[in-house]
Design a protein around this ligand. Sequence first.
Ligand code: FES
Length: 180
Amino acid sequence: MVQRTGDGAGMAVEDWSDGVMEQDKAKTSPPEPSRRSFFKKVWMVLGFVALAEFIGLVVAFLKPRKPRIKEGDFGGIITAGAVDDFAPNSVTAFRQGKFYLSRLEDGEFLALSRKCTHLGCTVTWDSEKKRFECPCHASAFDIKGDVINPPAPRALDLYAVSIENGIVKVDTGRKAQRKS
Ligand code: FES
């Protein structure tokens, strides 16, 4: 249905077909999303993601960390055994701990790294010759780890040893280099 309105000179024509104006149809149909609103939503999503990551980082920072190395593993504290289990002037190998435990004549303990100080080969203990020998370039070390045959430039490195209630413990996370 077409309806004419106005005073005749500027008469407007409106289509009332089916009882609904074309103008009203346009108003009731859902608006198409504009580019601006699309980018607004994208920025909101990115903002939430950034916020979630930031919260995750803060929580991870504040959370107490579990020690990665367990007691008994290399890098942690290794219980070697009772003091009396080690005879004076003896050397005991601890493969898992990657060290030798030397008990000297006077009863002192030294935990020696098994790594040659020349190029890092693994030294072996010769119980007859009473010395550590490197299979790579023939360096040799005495029971204290001191060099008795070069090319090793310095003594074997030492791990920290402690005795608690008659038990010898070696901290393989604390290694000291010696100068000669
Ligand atoms: S690595 Fe031991 S002597 Fe060379």
